[in-house]
Design a protein around this ligand. Structure first.
Ligand code: COI
Length: 355
């Protein structure tokens, strides 16, 4: 199905103000944004307009009752031409977005509308895709409830939007994580598997406490026993052991990371043995004591793939980075980086290029 998208170009591109050597993450926004409204049971008024503030009522129900979901994606420069850019498995983001929407009692966005809005926007702001090493155009699709109404019920109206920002690395060092045993991110039957805004808000206070103790992030554990590792505040989690790589199995309390899935498939393609199963903090400690835990790394769209320095548990710090030279994480990271930019053939059909 094809939708009509009205395009209003900016008359004042801000691109020349961008300092490619000093991009940071999430502070600079490209020239345009895509918007489409949900009213009377249908998506209407699809448009691309100059990036700018939204005009909202103070009673906007997303602000009060939290019907707000988002996605994270990246476009990178592709080697096939000087102007080509590549998207990575974008349809997976559209599908996960609709899984979040369903759980939050929000309407589906047709995959074709998601993709058409995305492609039109990226085509228009392609010059914002950094061509520097490690740079990318971060893409933020989101949807929120727009009824101005006080009362707890699903909104009747919504706004779906996509904006983009040129970014450098989200993390620029190996992280120290605290195994979190007091607070929980998600519970069975809850919304942990969605990318709803509240999941991130709920993590801020425990993360701030961990940071006061000198950690960079929390490593969430299951909400009942706090014995089983789940994910960090921003990423999924992998442990590289001597003869296998283990990552917590997906459940209702984990975000099904697209980078996580891609890393698993890439590792298997590269000949590694990957186990998706419950992984306890005790197992990590036992493996480390036995000299069998070689690397820890985390994965996400924003973070890409980053090593962990180690983890803190009950006041004791366990350094892992000292165990080896991060061979597996380096191998899979460069395989995926090369695949994204076209330096490596794509055996999976994951890359969607726009010329
Ligand atoms: C992403 O990785 O894209 C996310 O949405 C997580 C957030 C830390 C930026």
């Amino acid at each position: 199905m094809s939708f009509e998208i009205r395009v209003e170009r900016t008359e004042n591109s801000r691109l020349s103000q961008l300092d490619p050597q000093n991009i940071g993450f999430g502070k600079v926004f490209s020239d345009h944004m895509f918007l489409v409204d949900y009213k009377n049971g249908e998506w209407t008024n699809a448009r691309i307009v100059p990036y700018g503030p939204l005009n909202l009522s103070p009673a906007t129900s997303a602000i009060h009752y939290g019907q707000s979901i988002f996605e994270g994606m990246k476009a990178v420069a592709h080697q096939s031409s000087d102007t080509a850019v590549a998207l990575f498995r974008p349809e997976e983001n559209a599908r996960r977005f609709n899984r979040s929407a369903q759980r939050m009692a929000m309407p589906d966005i047709p995959e074709s509308l998601f993709m058409q809005g995305l492609n039109t926007l990226i085509e228009l702001d392609k010059a914002w895709v950094p061509r520097s090493e490690g740079g990318a155009l971060y893409i933020r699709p989101f949807m929120f409830a727009t009824d101005d109404y006080i009362g707890v019920k699903p909104s009747d109206s919504y706004c779906f939007s996509i904006f983009t920002c040129p970014v450098g690395p989200y993390y620029n060092k190996a992280l120290r994580v605290k195994v979190e045993e007091e607070y929980s991110r998600a519970a069975p039957g809850g919304v942990g598997f969605t990318k709803c805004a509240g999941n991130y808000a709920g993590a801020l206070y425990p993360t701030a406490l961990a940071q006061k103790e000198g950690y960079d992030q929390v490593l969430w554990t299951d909400p009942i026993s706090h014995e089983w590792v789940e994910e960090t505040g921003t990423t999924n989690f992998f442990a590289v052991c001597s003869d296998r790589i283990v990552t917590p199995a997906l459940s209702q309390t984990l975000l099904a990371g697209i980078t996580r899935d891609s890393v698993i498939q890439a590792l298997r393609h590269l000949g590694h043995n990957v186990e998706e199963r419950p992984l306890s903090v005790q197992e990590l400690k036992d493996l480390l004591a036995a000299g069998e835990l070689n690397e820890l790394f985390i994965t996400g769209t924003a973070a890409t793939l980053v090593n962990l320095d180690g983890f803190g548990h009950r006041g004791e710090y366990h350094s892992v980075i000292t165990q080896g030279n991060q061979t597996v994480s380096k191998q899979v990271k460069s395989f995926l980086d090369d695949l994204r930019c076209g330096a490596q053939a794509d055996p999976f059909g994951w890359i969607k290029t726009l010329d």
